[in-house]
Design a protein around this ligand. Structure first.
Ligand code: GDP
Ligand code: IMO
Ligand code: MG
Length: 431
């Protein structure tokens, strides 16, 4: 058996949660490696809907180990709240089935506040963030002043570390006309929860090594999507972490050769939440219809997701940048009732055809999609579990995506439910 990384290949919300939950039957360990509670991963198991933010999507299954890696930014209060919510639904979470990297960065209230201030200012373009403090927390990590999980274990050390961090934050706050951070209160607030977090804390890189030695199967679960990657996405309209498959290695502490298969989750059309370029966006009744059928409302912020046609140019770009081995195509059932379907196969930019999304933001806003038309299948695909049962026209649509992107289709999802999935290639099987 091999280890698999699952990543989003568009602007997030591709259905990673559903696919990770479905695949985790075959895995022993499920590890998150980047992002934070900006993620919203939905699973539907036996008519119960679980909405996960920080916890890996394997958490709902018994006898699985869940890991939150060092690449994740953790709001400790949000994590404890999520654990509480899941416990209400009968999920057992203990230090036996959840490990948190001792060197993961914490999101503190000042990060959230700063995220909100920046979003609300009239002076700059709004990114449309989730306002969870993700960006400011990653900034502190890279700025070498962040508080990390193990800092909670030692009050003196925490106090010193906070001095470094507050020196930076208080100067920003002063210029924004905000009051100084009350350090004593922050330390007290952290002291109230530190033991509840520290009990899960461990050197995750060592655990992963142990699992590898015991030949356990590991599933690495990405958050967001490649076009939100801080290097490769539609910068600056991105999140603040690397969402590419390579992050699974840095975000947990294992070599890139740990991973044998990279599964790119791809929605059968395109959506985006927040601001930024979106070449195939449909600001019309067709876009609204996709949104209605696909229930395209954000899991985290409940914002309406922008909807558009499938952009094969972008997905191909994702496949190349992340080294995707196979695609899990999701939400094909949402397209059941469209007479005509379109796939973007290139762009027009300044009168010339281009076959990739250029990095300059001004070009990203300017490109005009070139479409190929497909006949809609106008048949029900919801709940189909076998390739042979898909309508011929749906197969043609799927095969075109495969051929254009040059990547095999590993599975097709036909409803939110765990079991409504067509398996074409088992990612865990050594190929
Ligand atoms: P994630 O962030 O990538 O995990 O995706 P989200 O959970 O935010 O959004 C995907 C939404 O689509 C969720 O509401 C899922 O329950 C739902 N979903 C996943 N796969 C399918 C599918 O094949 N068909 C339909 N109709 N819904 C799906
Ligand atoms: P999952 O894992 C979709 C978007 C936000 C915003 C930008 C930056 O559920 O696919 P941030 O709060 O990260 O600083 O916001 O990124 N964004 C997501 N969009 N799905 C997500 O996660 C997202 N996480 C962040 O809407 O445009
Ligand atoms: Mg989501």
């Amino acid at each position: 058996m091999s280890n698999v990384t699952v990543i989003g290949s568009q602007w997030g919300d591709e259905g990673k949660g559903k696919i990770v939950d479905w695949l985790s039957e075959k895995a022993d360990v499920i590890a998150r490696f980047q992002g934070g509670h900006n993620a919203g991963h939905t699973l539907v198991v036996n008519q119960v809907t679980y909405k996960l933010k920080l916890l890996p999507s394997g958490i709902v299954r018994k006898n699985k180990i869940s890991i939150i890696g060092n690449g994740v930014v953790i709001d400790p209060w949000a994590l404890l709240d999520e654990i509480k919510q899941l416990e209400k639904l009968g999920i057992k979470i203990t230090e036996k089935n959840l490990y948190i990297a001792e060197n993961a960065t914490l999101i503190l209230p000042m990060h959230k506040e700063l995220d909100g201030i920046r979003e609300d200012t009239k002076n700059t373009d709004k990114i449309g963030t989730t306002r969870r403090g993700i960006g400011p927390a990653y900034e502190d990590k890279v700025g070498r002043r962040a508080i990390r999980v193990m800092d909670l274990a030692n009050k003196n050390n925490l106090s010193k570390r906070l001095d470094m961090m507050l020196f930076h934050h208080n100067s920003i706050r002063k210029s924004l006309g905000k009051s100084k951070i009350n350090k004593k209160r922050l330390i007290n607030d952290l002291a109230k929860i530190s033991s509840k977090i520290l009990k899960y804390s461990t050197p995750v890189w060592k655990k992963i090594e142990e699992f590898k030695n015991k030949k356990k199967t590991i599933l690495f679960e990405g958050a967001q999507g490649l076009l939100l990657d801080v290097d490769h996405g539609t910068y600056p309209f991105v999140t603040s972490s690397n969402t590419v498959a390579g992050s699974a290695s840095t975000g947990t502490g294992c070599g890139p050769n740990t991973i044998n298969y990279i599964l790119g989750i791809v929605k059968a059309y395109t959506t985006r939440v927040g601001e930024g370029p979106f070449p195939t966006e449909l600001k019309n009744e067709i876009g609204n219809k996709i949104g209605r059928k696909g229930k395209e409302f954000g899991t985290v912020t409940n914002r309406k997701r922008r909807c558009g046609w499938f952009d094969a140019v972008l997905v191909k770009q994702s496949c190349i940048i992340s080294g995707i081995s196979g695609i899990a195509l999701t939400k094909i059932d949402v397209l059941d009732q469209f007479k005509d379907l379109y796939i973007c196969v290139g762009y027009k930019l300044n009168g010339k055809r281009v076959n990739y999304l250029p990095s300059a933001l001004s070009d990203q806003f300017k490109v005009k999609p070139i479409y190929k038309r497909f006949d809609g299948w106008l048949e029900n695909t919801q709940g189909i579990k076998k390739w042979k049962d898909l309508p011929v026209k749906a197969k043609k649509y799927v095969n075109f995506i495969r051929d254009y992107c040059g990547v095999k289709v590993s599975s097709i999802s036909t409803s939110p439910k765990r079991e409504d999935t067509i398996l074409l290639e088992n990612p865990f099987k050594k190929n």
